[in-house]
Structures are given as structure tokens and as C-alpha cells.
Ligand binder design. Structure first.
Ligand code: NAI
Length: 274
């Protein structure tokens, strides 16, 4: 097979969580452009349907379902609906995630009174873990069920974060252990599922312009400038820049990768020396 042929995912189907916006939407567009049939799922069901309708109007095969990944029973139902529509499941992005609110430190250089381990509302911890960690487990669990039933293997990709690898004081604390948990879940499941040719990998993004946390990278020029300044490649990223990596991990082009993660952060984790 030619190198480019290994990236061809036509005839396959993909389900993406958190696909009404940001990184999940970019994954959905990448899968559709790569030739797959896609289900966009999101807690914002109207947003998912709006984006699926747009993809259909552009000639792609897309459907949508409302899904809160913290709801295990609903997750099973939505995966079953995908399989009924497309005859199985080949690719799954466990992507939905939230920002837990302020960390202990803010960009102005002060400690946040309500962002410290002994002061933040524990409900923020519970909600963040239920979506950013347990929601990924709920998603992968259903994907594996369908992929095992299909008997053809598959590719599962979780969205982690560079905050799962290094500490980020402005990020609310529950976010980091959740993302570190996702990265280690991917390693553990890469081993467990290799026998079934189900590959499990993670993407660890740095700062991308999305709607997370109210979309502050879009709306706050001061924060945007501060983040641009700490990225060695010069700026925060647009979600289109994630699409080639998504296609690599979803397709046979990565058929020898499992239990792995790829950092895509403009070099941010390398530190900056000027
Ligand atoms: P976004 O806010 O633009 O998109 C997230 C989507 O997930 C939204 O459409 C939202 O409605 C949906 N969602 C929220 N809670 C949900 C739930 N319980 N069930 C299903 N869907 C739900 O944010 P973004 O940035 O695209 O985030 C996607 C993933 O990327 C998250 O896991 C986030 O932690 C991760 N990430 C984002 C980075 C960034 O700089 N934007 C950096 C590193 C990781």
C-alpha cells in the first residue's frame, strides 16, 4: 500500500465526543475529510446537530446525538445508535472535557483565593473528574464493546493535555490529575487491547483556540499575548492544526502505535529561553 493509502479511512466510521466545538469538531471534520462516516456527539445536542448538518451540506456522511459522557447508560445508547447507523465502529475520539475554573495562580501573578487545594469548591473536583476522567473511561468502554464485536480492531484516541504531563498553576487542580489519569489509562489499555488489534493512543495538546473556559483565548487579548509569548513556535494554535495528527492516529498510518501519546504544543513544554 502507498504511504498516502495508509491514511485513507474511507468506508470506516468514527464517533467523537465533545464534537460541537473546538478540538472535537476539528477531529470530526478531519475524519469526514479522510472519508469516514461520522457521529458528532456533545452535551450540546443542538450544536452537534448544527455541525453535522453543515458537514452533510458539504457532502459528507454525518449524524449527531446528544451525549453527556458522565452518563454511562446514555453513552451505551448513543454508541448503539452509531453502530446501527453505520454497521459498527472503527474509530473513536474520547475528547469531551471541561475547564475546572481557576488554579491557585492567576496570570497577574497572584494567588487565587478560591483556586487553592483547601479553598476551591470540591464540587468542581467531582464534576471535572466525572467528565475529564470517568467520561473518557465511559466512552472507551463502549467503543471497545463495539470494536470487539466487530472483530476488525479499531483506533481509540483520547484528548489528554500537556497539563497531564507538567504542572500548570493557572489551571484548576482537578484538571491535571484527570489528564494524567487519561494518559495512564491509554498506556494500560494499549497493553490490554493489543490482542484485539484495538489501538489506544492520546493526543496531548498545548494551547489551542477553542471555546473552553468560555473561550478566553478568543476574547482576552492580554491572555492571548501572554500565551503567545511562552510558545517557542510563536503563538497558540488553531484547531485545524490538529487535523493531520488526528488522521495519523485514526488511520493505518499509525498501525504500530499503541499506548502512546503525542504532544502538540508548539514546543511549549520545552521551555523558552528568551
Ligand atoms: P470546547 O469547549 O471548545 O469543546 C468542548 C466540547 O465538549 C463542547 O462542545 C462542550 O459542549 C462539550 N462537553 C462539555 N461537557 C461535556 C460532557 N459532559 N459530555 C459531552 N460533551 C461535553 O473545548 P476544547 O478546547 O475543544 O476541549 C476539547 C478537549 O481538549 C478537552 O478534553 C480539553 O480538556 C482538551 N484540551 C484543550 C486544550 C486547549 O487549549 N483548548 C489544551 C489541552 C487539552
Amino acid at each position: 500500500m502507498s504511504i498516502l493509502g495508509k491514511f485513507d479511512i474511507s468506508g470506516r466510521s468514527a464517533l467523537i465526543t465533545g464534537a460541537a466545538s473546538g478540538i472535537g469538531l476539528a477531529y470530526a471534520e478531519a475524519m469526514a475529510e479522510g472519508g469516514a462516516s461520522v457521529t458528532l456527539t456533545d452535551i450540546d445536542g443542538e450544536g452537534a446537530e448544527r455541525e453535522a448538518a453543515r458537514l452533510r451540506s458539504e457532502g459528507f456522511d454525518a449524524r449527531a446525538d446528544r451525549l453527556d459522557v458522565a452518563d454511562r447508560e446514555a453513552t451505551a445508547r448513543v454508541f448503539d445508535a452509531h453502530a446501527a447507523a453505520f454497521g459498527g465502529l472503527d474509530i473513536c475520539f474520547a475528547n469531551a472535557g471541561i475547564d475546572p475554573g481557576a488554579g491557585f495562580w492567576n496570570p497577574a501573578g497572584h494567588r487565587n483565593p478560591d483556586g487553592q487545594v483547601d479553598t476551591f469548591d470540591p464540587a468542581r473536583w467531582d464534576r471535572t473528574i466525572s467528565i475529564n476522567l470517568t467520561g473518557v473511561y465511559n466512552t472507551i468502554r463502549e467503543a471497545v464493546r463495539l470494536m470487539k464485536a466487530g472483530g476488525k480492531g479499531g483506533s481509540i484516541i483520547a484528548t489528554a493535555s500537556n497539563a497531564g504531563l507538567v504542572t500548570e498553576p493557572i489551571v484548576g487542580m482537578a484538571y491535571m490529575p484527570a489528564k494524567a489519569g487519561v494518559l495512564h489509562m491509554v498506556r494500560a489499555l494499549g497493553l490490554e487491547l493489543a490482542e484485539f488489534r484495538i489501538r489506544v493512543n492520546a493526543i496531548a495538546p498545548g494551547p489551542f483556540v477553542t471555546n473552553i473556559g468560555g473561550g478566553w483565548l478568543k476574547h482576552d487579548p492580554v491572555a492571548r499575548k501572554a500565551w503567545d509569548a511562552i510558545v517557542p513556535l510563536g503563538s497558540v494554535a488553531e484547531t485545524d492544526q490538529l487535523k493531520p495528527l488526528a488522521l495519523l492516529l485514526a488511520s493505518d498510518a499509525s498501525d504500530y502505535m499503541t499506548g502512546s501519546h503525542v504532544v502538540i504544543d508548539g514546543g511549549m513544554m520545552l521551555g523558552k529561553f528568551e
